[in-house]
Design a protein around this ligand. Structure first.
Ligand SMILES: [Zn+2]
Length: 292
């Protein structure tokens, strides 16, 4: 169990040195706080948790459901750990399976939490001078109440100075954060539509498929989807990423018009037009995009 404890502490990068004793073995002159801090920090509580287990130094409260299935299934999502078990499996066997799977569970929970923390750190504070990534490059927002934008409301000025490109929004200097965010989002969604159509038209003939309709999505958990009738849905916030990452998602969804599952044949199809798709796929997963 000590190896597991060490492993978890490493993941959480505690400010205090990793404790090597249990609280009972502590010397009286040692303050108990560092360990207590670490213990209180490492807990993963699923909002619909109904069971709880201690894995190493981590308290894991998980969602537990039973269903028609043959094995015990584990899923770590943004909300935490979910465990599904067949109806006939005893609870103590479920607990044993969770313990057996603990290093994988703790690793996934830590990774997910770190990703959430990164997302939280990138929440945009909408005001004059704020910046956000567009096609992998920082764009700075500038309120420009005097500019006429021909009804569009925003213009990207890449040549204004030597610094980062500026997105000039036709808003008064006392615009509220919500107004600034909405204007920036409207601009980004227009860019998204333009860019996605261009890339769909680029990849579709190369894959020998035809797409019929593009919808911009705002789904919480997926970047894109494809339906058999040729409809493609892409998340508008993909335009935060650089073009090669967008290309991967576009090629991925178009490839589904040929292969509807994620079989080896599907990935071969993706690879035929985006050879480094694995790298791009990982970037899409790991890179934090700003919160709106
Ligand atoms: Zn897919």
């Amino acid at each position: 169990m000590r190896a597991l404890l060490q492993f978890t502490l490493d993941l959480f990068d505690p400010p205090a040195p990793a404790p090597t004793r249990t609280p009972q073995q502590q010397q009286p002159d040692q303050p108990a706080t560092p360990l207590a801090d670490v213990l209180s920090r490492v807990s993963f509580i699923h909002p619909r948790a109904s069971r709880e287990v201690v894995l190493g130094n981590a308290r894991v409260a998980y969602e537990f459901t039973r269903g028609k299935r043959r094995t015990i299934g584990f899923v770590v999502g943004a909300e935490g750990l979910s465990v599904r078990a067949p109806r006939w499996v005893a609870l103590r066997d479920v607990d044993a399976a969770v313990v057996e799977k603990s290093s994988w569970i703790l690793r996934k929970l830590s990774e997910t939490q770190q990703r959430q923390d990164r997302l939280e750190a990138t929440r945009i504070d909408w005001k004059d001078g704020v910046s956000f990534p567009f096609l992998g490059q920082q764009v700075t927002v500038q309120l420009d109440p005097h500019h006429a934008f021909d009804g569009v409301g925003a213009v990207l000025d890449a040549t204004a100075n030597d610094g980062p490109p500026t997105l000039r929004l036709a808003l008064a200097n006392n615009a509220t954060p919500a107004q600034i965010r909405d204007a920036a989002q409207a601009w980004l969604m227009r860019q998204a539509k333009r860019i996605f159509i261009e890339r769909l038209d680029h990849f579709a003939p190369r894959l020998g498929v035809r797409w019929k309709k593009l919808s911009l999505s705002n789904a919480a958990t997926r970047w894109g989807s494809a339906s058999a009738d040729g409809g493609i849905r892409l998340h508008w916030r993909l335009v935060h990423f650089r073009m090669s990452v967008i290309d991967y998602v576009v090629a991925h969804e178009l490839s589904h018009l040929r292969v509807m599952d994620h079989s080896p044949r599907f990935w071969e199809t993706v690879e035929s037009v985006v050879p480094d798709y694995e790298l791009l796929r990982r970037q899409l997963k790991d890179e934090a995009v700003p919160r709106w």
